[in-house]
Design a protein around this ligand. Structure first.
Ligand code: FUB
Length: 321
């Protein structure tokens, strides 16, 4: 295990390999003085840095500085949460959640000429976007898919069928859990190419995990990676503080629940990415141990991740309770 940026608070790492170098796109935590609440107002992040390395466990973690900030985004309200970056045809697209001036989370896109930014934001958020935590899959065949959504402060409970409700509605415990969403991106990468679909995670009975199964159901922090031709959809269970995963045979799912990747860390949130680099697999994540448990001051971590012979991820101990 390694703390990657010991001199600053960074969280929610999205990690990709571009041009043989590994790039880390985290949220940038800071002490804004906002009191902790269930809306997540204390996660009041205002900019993004980019980091890169060629040696994950031992090498220099280069800080490329600030690459996008709230004041540069024309439609900004507040709170830059977890972002992701993808490359297409030599351009780099950063997708970021941000509250607009009505305090509604939308997903924006900013474009750069290289993986270390800077990224120039589009004038408006992506049409039809909502909620938080975009993660983008380059499927390797010209198709790009965004996964997104998060409960509670992430506002997903305010939507059904991609339409805003009058007020937040949570399903009953025996009803299907609120799922993450997946949507194919347009050719120019600036819009949704279709209506977002639900990412269904099935239990061993072949039914969608119910909302009351909060040890296993989706909460936030979608991530997707491929291993031996199969699609691994992973996520945080939020109020039970675990990273779990499910496997499917295409980007849309359904995905069949498999197990726990990471047991709880120190701090409330848990959030990650999984990436292969130079023949090894890594779990990038965060915890709040260095800030003595302040959940809005999180620190980036990495450790190796292993699969068994059947492709199951071996559970990692997060070190929390
Ligand atoms: O960093 C703010 C939020 O906390 C993220 O969007 C969530 O996934 C959680 O990590």
């Amino acid at each position: 295990m390694r703390y990657l940026v010991p001199d600053d608070y960074m969280a929610d790492p999205a990690v990709h390999v571009f041009n043989d170098r590994l790039y880390i796109y985290p949220s940038h935590d800071w002490e804004s003085g906002i009191v902790e609440n269930d809306n997540g107002d204390h996660f009041n992040m205002k900019d993004y840095h980019v980091f890169s390395t060629t040696d994950v466990m031992q090498g220099e973690i280069k800080d490329h500085g600030v690459v996008l900030k709230v004041e540069d985004i024309p439609w900004a309200g507040r709170q830059l949460w977890d972002c992701d970056v993808v490359e297409k045809d030599g351009k780099y697209y950063m997708y970021f959640p941000l509250k607009d001036r009505n305090d509604i989370f939308r997903i924006g896109v900013a474009v750069g000429d290289c993986p270390e930014g800077p990224f120039v934001p589009q004038p408006a958020p992506i049409k039809g976007s909502y909620s938080i935590d975009p993660a983008v899959l380059d499927d390797g065949n010209g198709n790009y898919y965004m996964y997104f959504g998060g409960l509670w402060g992430g506002q997903l409970q305010r939507y059904r069928d991609n339409k805003a409700l009058e007020c937040a509605v949570f399903p009953a415990d025996d009803e299907p859990a609120l799922p993450s969403r997946v949507v194919k991106l347009s050719e120019d990468m600036l819009e949704f190419a279709e209506v977002p679909r639900e990412v269904i995670v099935l239990g061993e009975d072949g039914k969608p995990l119910p909302a009351g199964d909060n040890m296993r159901r989706f909460f936030e922090a979608s991530w997707i990676h491929k291993y031996n031709g199969r699609y691994y959809f992973s996520y945080s269970t939020g109020d039970t503080h675990r990273l779990c995963y499910a496997i499917g045979d295409n980007p849309y799912g359904p995905f069949i629940y498999q197990g726990v990747i990471l047991t709880p860390v120190v701090g409330w949130t848990t959030h990650h990415s999984i990436v292969e680099y130079k023949g090894k697999w890594y779990l990038f994540h965060h915890d709040s141990a260095p800030s003595n448990g302040k959940t809005w001051l999180r620190s980036l971590k990495v450790c190796e991740l292993e699969y068994d012979s059947e492709g199951r991820i071996i559970t990692i101990d997060g070190g929390g309770k």
